[in-house]
Design a protein around this ligand. Sequence first.
Ligand code: ADP
Ligand code: MG
Length: 292
Amino acid sequence: ATPTAIMVGTGKAAELGILISGGEALEQAHRLTTVVLDKTGTLTRGRPGVVHLGTAAGVGADELLAYAAAAETGSEHPLGEAVVREARERGLALPAAESFEAVPGHGVEARAGGRAVLIGNPALMRRHGIGTGELEQAAGAVAAEGGTPVYVALDGRLAGVIGVADEIRPESREAVDRLRALGLDVWMLTGDNRVTAEVVARKVGIDHVIADVRPEDKAARVAALREGGAIVAMVGDGINDAPALATADLGIAIGTGTDVAIAASDITLVGGDLRGIVSAIDLSRRTVSTIK
Ligand code: ADP
Ligand code: MG
């Protein structure tokens, strides 16, 4: 590739809100066979809201939300932010947070107002020996709508389930369709549960779904696709996507996502429009063909 062709290509991309670091990324893009997309914050907007509050016997909805929000006050996770925002909008007084620990891929362990608070997925509850049976039906209903159910336990007992849902970006479906029309395999890779993941995947037209992936395993799943002969672009926004972004042949970050994800990537989609992936491939093809 001549430096001039690459400069022109990179400049055109920048005009489209696609920031490409280095000529190699631009030359790689047209060779891709596979695009792997994170769900939350990538296919969806990353600003979820609370859509359901289900309580166990003897627990009040305000009590549930207040303790959950107190526990999530220190959280940077979009699910945590949704819970805190909802409590604030309802004008709830939050118990004082005394300790906070994020458990990546699982949730939060905290103390607030003198009580032990757990908030997260079934694996987190299992770790603490807390059964979820009483609220599994409510959780299933949230997931069936494409939302994420998170369980809350107070002092070692199941207290409720909070349903959190994020809007799918309006351009996600078109981006997936166009990638598939180019002959690419499109995958979803998410730490969220299988039911929720599949509902969202169906809405955007993705049929290969890898769900329930722990943050430390995301990169391994990308590596496995590469070992199978695929040339892989990983697209993500979160801290937990960074190792996978760095492992892929091409890392593509959502510009509105975390700095860590952007630093680990070769390309940044400034406004988060996934159709930028198609434009990058197109520019790559044209850049390479003008060189030859
Ligand atoms: P994703 O791949 O969608 O970004 P994560 O790996 O961050 O997912 O999280 C996986 C799952 O762990 C979430 O779907 C949620 O059930 C649970 N979880 C993680 N962090 C939190 C949190 N701060 N509050 C509640 N649940 C959480
Ligand atoms: Mg994400």
